[in-house]
Design a protein around this ligand. Structure first.
Ligand code: GCO
Ligand code: MG
Length: 402
C-alpha cells in the first residue's frame, strides 16, 4: 500500500477546524485533526508545504516509522505547530490501518478495557446561582461528572463563563479580547461555589474545576486546601507548567487531585510531573500531543506512576480528534475521564461520526477506523474566519496568563 495523495481541509462551521485527509493507492482514506486554536493556518501550511510532499509514495502501514521520520527527521523537535501536524498524520494513518483491518481502532490498540467512556460536561454561569442551575441541567442529562466555573464578583469577565451555555466557545473575536484578573477575588469566591454545589447535589456527582494557569504555586496550594471539604475530582491547570518542579509546592499542601496537560505536546513536558507523582491526571490529547503513537507513550509512563488520563476535549478539538480520543480512552488501562463539550449541529453535520453519548458515557462505535468522516462539499461552504482566544491582564494592566 502507498500514500497516493494528501490534502488539508480548512473549514469554519461555527469555529475553525483543520483536517488532514490521506488517500492510499488502494482507495482507503484516513482523517486526522490538525486544529490549533487561533493558529490554524500555521499548521495547515506546515502540513501542506513541509509534510505532505514527504508522505507521497510512503507505505501508510508504517505508522511508527513515519512518526519517527517526522519527529526526528525535521531536526526541530516539539512545539504545538509541529506536534499538531505530526498528530494529524499519525491519526490519519491509524484510521487507515484500522480500516484496512476492518476493525474499530480500539481493537488495534488492544481492545476494550471498559464499556463506556465517562465524560464531564461544562457548566458555567455569571454567578453562583446560575452555575448551580447549569450543573443541574447536566445532571438531568445523565452526566456523572460536571466541571463548574462561575463569574467572580468585581471582575467583568473571566475564563470559562460564556453567554452560549452548551456550545461554550472561547475564541470569540477576530482579534483578541481582554479579560481582567485578580487571584485574590478568585480565591475568595471559588470555595463558596463548591460549598453551594455540594449542599445542593451532595457528594454523588463528580465535580471538577479549571483555574486556567492563573495562580502561583502557593496560591494553588491554598486553592487546593480550601476545596478539600468539597472533594473535587480534580483542580485543573492551577499554575503554568513550564516549571514542573513548582508542583512540588502544591503537592506538599493539599490532597485535592491535580490535573494538567492540555497544552503539552510531548512526554518531556510532563516527565517530572509524572515520575515524581506530582499530578493525578494527565490532560494531553491526540491532536496536540503527537497523535495516538505519542499519547500512548505518555499514558504508559503515567500508568507506572499511578497517574490517570483525562484527555482535553474542548470544542476547538474537532470531532476527528474526539473520535480518535474515544478509541484511545476505550483501550487505555489507566483511564480517568474524558472532557466533552458538544459541538454545534453545523460542526456535527460537516463531520459525520459514529460516537454517541448515553447516560454520562461516550461510546466510540464499531465502524472500522476511528469512525469520523468529513463531508467535503459541506465543509467548503464554511470558509476560514480568523478567531482568537482572549488575553488576560491583572487589574493594574500587567499582561498575565489567560
Ligand atoms: C478546557 C480548556 C479550554 C481551552 C481551549 C483553548 O479545559 O477545556 O481550558 O477551554 O481554553 O481549549 O483552545
Ligand atoms: Mg482547561
Amino acid at each position: 500500500m502507498k500514500i497516493r495523495s494528501a490534502k488539508v481541509i480548512v473549514t469554519c462551521p461555527g469555529r475553525n477546524f483543520v483536517t488532514l485527509k490521506i488517500e492510499t493507492d488502494e482507495g482507503l482514506t484516513g482523517l486526522g485533526d490538525a486544529t490549533l486554536n487561533g493558529r490554524e493556518l500555521a499548521v495547515a501550511s506546515y502540513l501542506t508545504d513541509h509534510v505532505i510532499p514527504c508522505l507521497i509514495g510512503r507505505d501508510p502501514q508504517q505508522v511508527e516509522d513515519i512518526w519517527q521520520y517526522l519527529y526526528r527527521g525535521a531536526y526541530w523537535r516539539g512545539g504545538p505547530v509541529t506536534m499538531s501536524a505530526i498528530a494529524a498524520v499519525d491519526t490519519a494513518l491509524w484510521d487507515i490501518k484500522a480500516k484496512a483491518a476492518g476493525m474499530p481502532l480500539y481493537q488495534l490498540l488492544g481492545g476494550k478495557s471498559r464499556n463506556g467512556v465517562m465524560v464531564y460536561g461544562h457548566a458555567n454561569g455569571a454567578d453562583i446561582s446560575e452555575t448551580v442551575d447549569e450543573v443541574a441541567k447536566f445532571l438531568d442529562l445523565g452526566y456523572k461528572a460536571v466541571r463548574a466555573q462561575c463569574g467572580i464578583p468585581g471582575l467583568p469577565s473571566t475564563y470559562g463563563v460564556s453567554k452560549d451555555k452548551m456550545f461554550y466557545e472561547p475564541a470569540d473575536a477576530d482579534l483578541p479580547t481582554e479579560n481582567l484578573w485578580s487571584s485574590e477575588k478568585y480565591l475568595d469566591h471559588v470555595p463558596q461555589l463548591f460549598e453551594r454545589l455540594r449542599d445542593k447535589f451532595g457528594f454523588g456527582p463528580h465535580l471538577l474545576h479549571d483555574a486556567h494557569h492563573r495562580l502561583t504555586p502557593i496560591e494553588a496550594a491554598r486553592l487546593g486546601k480550601s476545596l478539600e471539604p468539597y472533594r473535587l475530582f480534580w483542580m485543573e491547570d492551577v499554575v503554568p507548567a513550564e516549571n514542573q518542579a513548582a508542583f512540588r509546592t502544591i503537592r506538599q499542601h493539599t490532597v485535592t487531585p491535580i490535573a494538567i496537560g492540555e497544552i503539552f505536546n510531548t512526554l518531556w513536558q510532563c516527565q517530572t510531573l509524572i515520575e515524581e507523582g506530582l499530578i493525578d491526571y494527565i490532560r494531553a490529547t491526540v491532536v496536540h500531543a503527537g497523535g495516538i503513537t505519542h499519547l500512548r507513550r505518555i499514558a504508559t509512563l503515567a500508568d507506572i506512576h499511578h497517574v490517570r488520563t483525562g484527555c482535553h476535549g474542548a470544542t476547538d478539538l474537532s470531532p476527528v480528534c474526539m473520535g480518535a480520543a474515544l478509541h484511545f480512552d476505550t483501550w487505555v488501562p489507566n483511564f480517568g475521564i474524558q472532557e466533552y463539550m458538544t459541538h454545534t449541529p453545523e460542526t456535527d453535520a460537516v463531520f459525520p461520526h459514529s460516537y454517541w453519548f448515553e447516560d454520562g458515557y461516550l461510546h466510540p462505535g464499531d465502524t472500522p477506523g476511528h469512525g469520523v468522516d468529513i463531508d467535503e462539499e459541506l465543509a467548503a461552504k464554511y470558509p476560514y474566519s480568523r478567531a482568537y482566544l482572549p488575553m488576560n491582564r491583572l487589574q493594574d494592566g500587567t499582561m498575565y496568563n489567560w
